[in-house]
Every structure is written in C-alpha cells, then in structure tokens.
Design a protein around this ligand. Structure first.
Ligand code: BTN
Length: 246
C-alpha cells in the first residue's frame, strides 16, 4: 500500500480525492494524504477536525475480493492496523473500542471512516479513511473536543514523525489485509479482541434501533458485537456506537 501516494497541502477531504482516483480506475493501495482538510468527514455525517500539520489525514483505496457483507470486517481490520502501528511505533498503550475507534486512556486518538461504492448491488471498492491526532497540544483542541480527544504528542510528551507513522500504519494495514484475504476473518478477530478495550465491560450501545445496555462479550464472524443484556438475553449489534459505563 502507498506505492502510489499523493500528498496534498489542503483538500476538503482525502475521501473525495481517493473516490476520484477510484473512479478513474486506479489500482488498490493508492493513498492520498493531506496536511489539512477543510471539510474533514466523520461517521454519521459529523465533521472531523483536521488542522494543518497536526495529524495524519489519509485515505486508502481497497478493492477487496470479498463481497459487500464483509465491509464491517474491513472496518475492524483498519482500526486494528492503526492500533498496532501506534503501539509498536510509539509504545503508547492504545486500544480499540468497537467498531474501530482507537483510544488512549479513554480518549479518542484515531477515527476511521469506511465508505463503499456499489454497482448493481456489487461492491466496486472501499475507501478507508484514517484520521490520527499526532502533534496536537492540549490548547490546539476546540472546547468540545478537549475532554474527549487526545494526541500522540500529549501522550508521549514528544513530537512524533507523521511520515514514519503513516508508513508504519500502511505496512501494518497491508499485512493484515493480506492475511485476511488469504486466511479469512478469524485470525483478524482474535488479534482485534486482544486489543479491544470494550470486551467484558458494561457498555451502552446506541444505534437506529435505540439504546441497549449490557456487557460486550466478543465479536462474531461477521465483525458484529455480541452483547449480553442485563436480563441475560444475547443480542448481535451490527452497527452503532458504544460507550463504556463501568
Ligand atoms: C470518525 O471517527 O468519525 C471517523 C473520522 C475519519 C477521519 C478521516 S481523516 C481522513 C479521511 N478523510 C475524511 O474526510 N475523513 C477521514
């Protein structure tokens, strides 16, 4: 991954740049990085704060052989790749909150946005968007983010080389993706569970169906979260957001 890489000074969103490349037929593994995004996008239509020089704002083109129903697995895989790269490159004790936020000491350090393009109900490609807060100071955060976000600089007390970290993320992602295509999701699921901060914890899930409280038990072979409710019933959660309540 990253053998074709475009580095931009400023763009509305690296997701849009990769979409354009994908539609032009560029092959898998192409990457766009930007110093700054003026309209960075988060999950659920939120904005992603992407000021110049402070983070890794990048999108990667994937053309998986697997079918559309496997895209939840790819989102977990991408979070796992970032988490492993952060741990090995900086030594910071990062963990994953289902489905794919990377947290350090309970604060979010990385978000992932997986977007898919379809044609006749078939998957044409996926774009994995990765935003990592690298060299933010505490005072760089707007008020609403400062209690919930953190950066590698805050956690390590040092500035971190964004280029080398981005390269480490791409290497990790390529290796896990290769493993996934050859061996399937189970090995990825085991690695993911080992770095999860949300398993065997009391959680609250909110999604389009409402709010459920219970304990996260694990992920199934599709990447969905298995939750045991307070009354003992086990349910499978395919999408949504969780918060830790214990
Ligand atoms: C989230 O946690 O809500 C997902 C955030 C994803 C942010 C990244 S930054 C690079 C790529 N381009 C975007 O506009 N968004 C993703």
């Amino acid at each position: 991954f990253g053998r074709k890489a475009i580095i931009m000074q400023s763009t509305p969103s690296t997701q849009g740049e990769v979409q354009q490349l994908a539609d032009e037929g560029v092959s898998e593994g192409a990457v766009v990085l930007a110093e700054e995004q003026t309209n960075g996008r988060g999950r659920y239509g939120r904005r992603w704060y992407s000021p110049p020089g402070k983070g890794i704002w990048m999108s990667i083109l994937l053309r998986p052989q697997q079918s559309l129903r496997n895209t939840p697995q790819l989102t977990l895989l991408t979070g796992l790749a970032v988490c492993r790269a952060i741990r090995s490159f900086t030594g910071v004790d990062a963990g994953i909150k289902w489905p794919n936020d990377v947290l350090v000491n309970g604060r979010k350090i990385c978000g992932i946005l997986m977007e898919s393009a379809l044609e006749d109900h078939e998957l044409r490609y996926c774009i994995a968007g990765i935003g990592v807060d690298v060299n933010f100071d505490k005072q760089d955060y707007p008020e609403e983010l400062s209690p919930i976000a953190t950066s590698l600089q805050i956690e390590t007390g040092k500035t971190v080389d964004r280029t080398l970290l981005a390269a480490a993320i791409l290497t990790e992602l390529e290796q896990l993706y290769d493993m996934y295509q050859k061996q399937g999701f189970n090995v990825i699921a085991a690695l993911w569970e080992a770095l999860s901060v949300s398993l065997h914890r009391d959680i609250k899930v909110s999604n389009a169906h409402g709010i459920v409280e219970g304990m996260a038990l694990g992920i199934d072979s599709s990447g969905a979260l298995i939750v045991q409710k307070k009354d003992g019933e086990r349910i499978t959660v395919f999408s949504g957001e969780i918060s830790l309540t214990d």
